[in-house]
Structure formats: structure tokens, C-alpha cells
Design a protein around this ligand. Sequence first.
Ligand code: TYM
Length: 331
Amino acid sequence: MSNKKKIFSGVQPSGNLTLGNYLGALRNFGLLQDDFDCLYCVVDLHSITVRQDPELLRERSYAVLALYLACGLDPDKNVLFLQSQVSGHAELGWALNCYTYMGELNRMTQFKDKSQKHADNINGGLYTYPVLMAADILLYNADMVPIGQDQKQHLELARNVAERFNKIYGDTFVIPEPFIPKTGARVMSLQDPTKKMSKSDDNVNNFILITEGKDKIIKKFKKAVTDSGSEIVYDEENKPGISNLMKIYASITSKSVEEVQKEFEGSRYGDFKMAVGNTVADTLEPIRIRYEELMQDKAYLDSVFKKGAERAKSMSEPMIDEVYRKIGFLR
Ligand code: TYM
């Protein structure tokens, strides 16, 4: 690794990835790979905070890696790896648990949401989830973390924990900055635009999968709820449906919302929805094709994971050593 700034981010293999994951995270991963030293992790340890089927979890771990690659991440340039194959994440996660207050964890909105959704399994891991995420980032002294809006609170916690540790033991961790895209940071559900688009949603019409076929994507956009009125104008409060579609279109075409508004001045909702559907489908089509090819070659995916884990291990070991030494563990 050079002396470029460092990037870390991760995606959970807890479901099929959506357009939200793509616009909020994956697409930006690719844009950063030339200017930064990047580590992109498949965070399987995080995913077991919700019960997973073992066989499906393995398949989805490959699927996230295949999508990283299909979205254009170069496995030689970036460290692409599986979290459970690098022991430093769990080790630093445990240590940092002892520097994180329950009061801080109680404030995490994702914990509150997920405990409502999985009321029969509110486990300790779900509660301390953000500490493991802090460990992921701090383990490599990442300067920047590309994420969607929903992860911002977790990143703030990581910063606080890092600052606390540094204050007690002297400079140890770099304080990471979030990298949140201007549009696409919070893609909303197509049927309920007041709710985030989520891969774990029960209603399949709420989300677009990155790997969905063209016809299905267009059909879902056609069905997307729109608001009263007939003009394509950006108004999050009164027109959440149209505003969400405008942001999706803006993000995928790298235009501003104002430009999108101008482009569709005088158009009807139906035509606009078709345009968004077509553009999204055309963008995702080559990714799906490459993804399907890659999923046929598990040996190759294993080799990428293996090389990634070796590199991540050698990058993380000095940090574990330093933290353990500072805390007072015998080395
Ligand atoms: P996860 O797996 O839920 O989502 C992966 C990334 O996708 C973003 N995202 C969205 N962006 C825009 N609109 C949406 N509707 C949308 N849904 C999801 C997320 O913000 C995220 O960037 N805790 C993380 C995984 C993680 C991590 C980390 C991330 C573990 N350790 C260290 C960064 C750094 C998560 O659950 O993401």
C-alpha cells in the first residue's frame, strides 16, 4: 500500500443487494479506487446479528464479492475480503466494546428498528453491532468511509470511540470521515417512499435488486407510487414518490435534481417513470451479466477472498499489536 489516503467500507451478505446499496455505496466504491487505497469487506460477522441460513449465508457472501467485481472493483488495486477470515475484526471489536457506553448504543436508531423487526431475537450482537463496525474501520486507520445516510450515526459512534481511546492511550486511531453521496445516499422504497429501500423488505415491489432482469425492473418502476398532482417537481414533503424517482434518476445519470426537473418539464408521470426504469435497467444490465458469470466460478471468488484476507491480515496485525500493548496485554 502507498501513502494515499485509506478507504474502508463494507456490505452485509444478509440479502440480495438493492439499487439503494448500489447508489449509496457500491457505485462510489468504484469511483474511489484510483485515488485511494481501498479495502472493501463482505461483513459476514455483522450479518449473523439476524439469524441466517448457513448455506444461504455462504452463497450470499460470494454474491457480494461477485457484485463488488461486477461493479468494476479491481481485485489487484483493492483489498476485497471476507470479514470472518481476518481475526483482527473480532479482536478489536471485543476490546472496543469495553470503551463504548451502553448509553451510546441505546441511541442507535438501527438497533431500535431492528429490535422491533426481530423482536424474538434481540441478541447482544445486534446491540453491539456498531462497535464491530467501528473496529472494521479503525483497524486499518481508514481516513474515509463511503456509506449511505443510514450508516452515518454508526460512523459518528466510531469517531467517538476512537477519540476516547486516543485520549486515554495517546494517538492510536485515525478519526474517520464519512463519504456520503449528494444524491443516492438514501434511496427510498418504491411503494412507500417514506421508508428506506431495504434488501430485507418483505414486499418485493419496494426494492429493485442489482441483479434483477430488465423487464422486472421496468415493471416495478411502472408500479412505483406517485403523488397527487401531475408535475415532475422536487418536493420531498408533498411529493415523496416523485422526489425519490427524481433522486434515483439524478444519481444514476450523475445529474443534479434541478437538471432532472428541467429535463422532464411538461412530461407526464407515466413517461417519467418509464425513463427512470429504462435508465436504471440499462445501467444494471451489464453488472448482472458479469455477476452471473462470476457466480459460476467459485474457485476464482475463493482465490480473491484468500488473497484479500492475506493482505488485510498483514495490514491489521500491527494495529492489534499496538492496541493490545497499550491496553496492557502481554505481547
Ligand atoms: P448494509 O449492508 O446495510 O448496506 C451496505 C451499504 O449500502 C448503503 N445503503 C443505502 N444507501 C442508499 N439508500 C439505501 N436505501 C440504502 N440501503 C443501504 C448503506 O448505507 C451501506 O453503505 N453496517 C453496514 C455494514 C458495515 C460497514 C462497516 C460499512 C459493517 N462495517 C464499516 C462501512 C464501514 C451495513 O449494515 O450496511
